[in-house]
Design a protein around this ligand. Sequence first.
Ligand SMILES: C[S@@+](CC[C@H](N)C(=O)[O-])C[C@H]1O[C@@H](n2cnc3c(N)ncnc32)[C@H](O)[C@@H]1O
Length: 166
Amino acid sequence: MCIPGVVPVVHAHANALLTGTGRTTAALADLRKPHEILGHPHVRHLIDFTEPVALLLVAVVHFIRDEENPTGIVRTLLDALPAGSYLVLSHATGDLRPAAAAQATEVYDTATSPLAVRGHPAIAAFFTGCDLVGPGLVQVPTWRPASKRPRGYRNVWIYGGVGRKK
Ligand SMILES: C[S@@+](CC[C@H](N)C(=O)[O-])C[C@H]1O[C@@H](n2cnc3c(N)ncnc32)[C@H](O)[C@@H]1O
């Protein structure tokens, strides 16, 4: 997706490595077209949508601009999953380290996928229809850390959370 020509190569390698496992697959698709992901033959073949599913949108939704309807995209994917499914979502924010986020946003402005940092309320809204699992939507290293003070956590400007679909 980011560098034309590179992703198809990565996809080919992934499928070559995964061949034969029967439990994992890679589908070449654009998150901005969620219906294509849901209808992809590899996805339909592997995932039983009558059973709870874990949907992991890790550090990717911030590459979807507002005009590309990130809320609708996440909703479409969640709507396809039964109650009891989980959404894991992390997302860059300007709330925590505004200067760093602004600098990164500027760098990404020239990239294929510009960075859309969002505030806590906008990111929390992606979990609509889910109960947030404790401790909620928080700075990623502080989500159930192994130690009381995860090292370097103050430098992280990404929120993350886990929601259980109602
Ligand atoms: C920061 S990486 C995160 C990758 C992985 N989720 C992880 O946590 O290691 C962001 C990924 O999103 C992918 N990406 C960006 N926009 C996308 C889109 N519209 N559709 C699918 N993937 C996209 C990029 O190619 C990249 O692999």
